[in-house]
Design a binder for this molecule. Structure first.
Ligand code: PGA
Length: 257
């Protein structure tokens, strides 16, 4: 089944960089990138830099996305950014429900689902993050947590919405910790996620890209990307250095060959 799906290698730059660093990163990635069929590349800069990165990457084949979006349309929501605005400045994707936003900004499953819907209403592809904490894993609750996070979006958007969405499985204990899930640990959860979707619609489930995120780097990417239900990566730390990020892209290209 994995032969049908392209890889998506996505950089989540989080709240890092300044104009100079971001320009270097974007131009470095675009000049070092050798496009390979079946391997798509995405970078998600902080809001203030999305438009300039979209300009720098125009024609490179590398997509640009945002790290979150308001669930509301334009209006009196001080400090927020709408999907309409993101589309206007060239964002094709948006991460929703990243664990840092669930934890630090108190985003609920329902709110994340509303963000997913708001993005799709503008034709922006949501990258829906799901994942369990260490306590939840140790309590044997991984599948229950992911089931709950996914159900909120299925309830709000329906299975058909996953034809134009990406899922990222990001075990919270692996994010920024240097502790990566083993390929088998990740594959187990990815298979479970695909199974939950397949119970609703097998064809949609077979087409949806499920990325792994959490301390992915050049050295562990090939093992993870070699698993049948892992269709790419959502990369934080290693996406902030041109060579580290491109090493993951190349690992994807090697697996796809
Ligand atoms: P990390 O972050 O690669 O630094 O672990 C991944 C993420 O939070 O998306």
């Amino acid at each position: 089944m994995s032969g049908m799906r392209s890889f998506l290698i996505a950089g989540n730059w989080k709240m890092n960089g300044d104009s100079g660093h971001i320009r270097e990163l974007a131009t470095g990635i675009s000049s070092g990138h050798e496009p390979v069929e079946g391997v798509d590349v995405l970078v998600c800069p902080p809001f203030p830099y999305i438009a300039s990165v979209a300009g720098l990457l125009a024609g490179s084949g590398i997509a640009v996305g945002a790290q979150t979006v308001s669930e509301n349309g334009n209006g009196a929501f001080t400090g927020d950014v709408s999907a309409t605005m993101l589309k206007d400045i060239g964002a094709a994707f948006v991460i929703v429900g990243h664990s840092e936003r669930r934890t630090l900004n108190g985003e609920t499953d329902t709110q994340v689902a509303a963000k997913f819907v708001a993005a799709q209403a503008e034709g922006i592809v949501p990258v829906l993050c799901v994942g369990e904490t260490l306590e939840e894993r140790e309590a044997g609750a991984t599948e229950a947590v992911i089931g709950r996070q996914l159900a909120a979006v299925l309830d709000a958007a329906g299975i058909g919405a996953f034809k134009k969405a990406v899922i990222a499985y990001e075990p919270v204990w692996a994010i920024g910790t240097g502790k990566t899930a083993t390929p088998e640990q990740a594959q187990d959860v990815h298979r479970h996620i695909r199974g939950l979707l397949a119970a609703e619609d097998e064809q949609v489930a077979g087409g949806v890209q499920i990325l792994y995120g959490g301390s992915m780097k050049g050295e562990n990417a090939a093992g993870l990307l070699g698993m049948s239900d892992i269709d790419g990566g959502l990369i934080g730390g290693a996406s902030l250095k041109v060579d580290d990020f491109l090493a993951i892209v190349r690992a994807g290209a090697a697996v796809r060959k």
